[in-house]
Design a protein around this ligand. Structure first.
Ligand SMILES: [Zn+2]
Length: 267
């Protein structure tokens, strides 16, 4: 059992009784020791001869009701890692370079796995770490760009993201071997956007991704045939509305956010 106290001590139950061990908090995280944050579960982790304390913190966010002057829908995808839209303003962030780099890592890993020697295993680990650092760095940059985009859209913007927890992702990305790595980095990007938005005082709302990519942003008609993934095109079978498929999805996501706002206001 690990109990983390705000006083800077962690109480850890061991076979030799309870230990009281002081912990150090890096400056960017000091704010979690104050203003209304609650400590959740803690976990002691050993990594390369150092001990880390992973502590989850939570805070009840104010209800996202009220006077937003811009609602930004964010679609995450493979071709465009981000498609952000707010009315007629659109920002695409291409995934091509990232995809190439990741494929290089995939091939490298595969060849090392085939070798199976001890040094190959060591390299495999190092490569995994390098790949994680690369993806985290890319995700930080992208998240920053999303926040900048949101800030240019209004004084009080609302960012709407798809809720990618649980099984939602596997529905969207049937990638088999690459699935876990991809889903991990998709979620990381969504998390980074949320953290950075919170730091910038921007509200974030998560919406159900069901049907997002098949729904017409103009008339609301939902049908899988509306979307041609091959041509990257959205074309509504009912009203004929046409646009890039990721853009259509980001618009639908923004609308879902607006719909949630309306419901919470009328409730
Ligand atoms: Zn339509």
């Amino acid at each position: 059992m690990v109990y983390v106290l705000r006083s800077g001590l962690a109480h850890i139950t061991t076979f030799d009784g309870r230990l009281r061990i002081p912990y150090h908090v890096e400056p960017p995280y000091l704010r979690y020791l104050q203003d209304g944050w609650t400590f959740g579960a803690a976990e002691l982790v050993q990594k390369r001869h150092r001990w880390y304390l992973h502590v989850s913190v939570s805070k009840t966010a104010p209800d996202p009701v009220g006077d937003f002057d811009a609602v930004i829908g964010i679609d995450q995808g493979m071709r465009f890692l981000i498609t952000a839209s707010c009315g007629n303003q659109v920002m695409f962030i291409r995934g091509g370079k990232v995809k190439q780099t990741r494929l290089r890592y995939v091939r490298l890993r595969a060849s090392l796995q085939r070798k199976g020697t001890r040094s190959a295993k060591r390299r495999l680990k190092a490569i995994g770490r390098r790949e994680s650092r690369f993806m985290a760095d890319v995700n930080h940059q992208i998240a920053k760009a999303v926040i900048r985009f949101a800030q240019t859209q209004g004084q009080r913007p609302l960012i709407v993201l798809e809720d990618l927890t649980g099984s939602n992702l596997s529905v969207r990305f049937r990638l088999k071997d690459q699935y876990w790595r991809m889903s991990w980095s998709f979620r990381q990007l969504a998390d980074f956007i949320r953290y950075k938005a919170e730091e910038a005082g921007i509200a974030v709302m998560l919406v159900d991704p069901a049907g997002t990519s098949e729904t017409c942003p103009k008339c609301g008609h939902c049908e899988p045939a509306n979307r041609s993934r091959k041509r990257h095109e959205f074309r509504c079978k009912r009203c004929g509305y046409r646009c890039n498929d990721d853009l259509a999805a980001s618009r639908v996501i923004a609308q879902k956010g607006l719909e949630c706002l309306r419901q919470s206001q009328s409730a």
